[in-house]
Design a protein around this ligand. Sequence first.
Ligand SMILES: [Zn+2]
Ligand SMILES: [Zn+2]
Length: 206
Amino acid sequence: MLKMTKTLCTRSSGGDLRYCQKCSHYKPPRAHHCRVCKRCVLRMDHHCIWISNCVGHANYKVFFIFVLYAVVACIYSMVLLVGSLTNDSLEDELQTGGSFRTAYVISGLLLVPLSVALSVLLGWHIYLIFHNKTTIEYHEGVRALWLAEKGGTVYKHPYDLGIFENLTSVLGPNIFSWVCPSSRHIGSGLNFRTAYHNAVGASMSK
Ligand SMILES: [Zn+2]
Ligand SMILES: [Zn+2]
């Protein structure tokens, strides 16, 4: 099974080296071709229409922290909005003839769906980081799991190194820099540590 895991990282399911027909070069493990950016992206997660760029190896941590801060900002805005509604509504209404109420309603209508959407996105990426997966690898994994079950074998995501190691590989080894947009720890993005390396390292140290 370990041998199969290593093969999945660097080669296609057919056993050949992963090759991009559009860029005419070999693809490192976890890299995928983006049709919108028209290039291969290292450790590609997805193409984000909101930032009009791919989220991949170089900017994944910054993207994740951006979503985290956006959720915190939404929660803070919600607290301010609800606090204002409960404390000042009567006073403001008397002074301004109800115009504040319209502003509160518009803010709430924008804030609630934005908060829900960003929270779902944040939760999804926390799940992916815990398992050291990209969005593409999640969908590939679903298919690989189904094929493995059909063939009577076991499939395990090769880059899942355990929750703490998964967190440090994405967010950095220093816990205090997890919420800072630093990216010195990310490496070249051409190769990644796998459960296979950990298993070989453990057996050699015995
Ligand atoms: Zn390509
Ligand atoms: Zn792209």
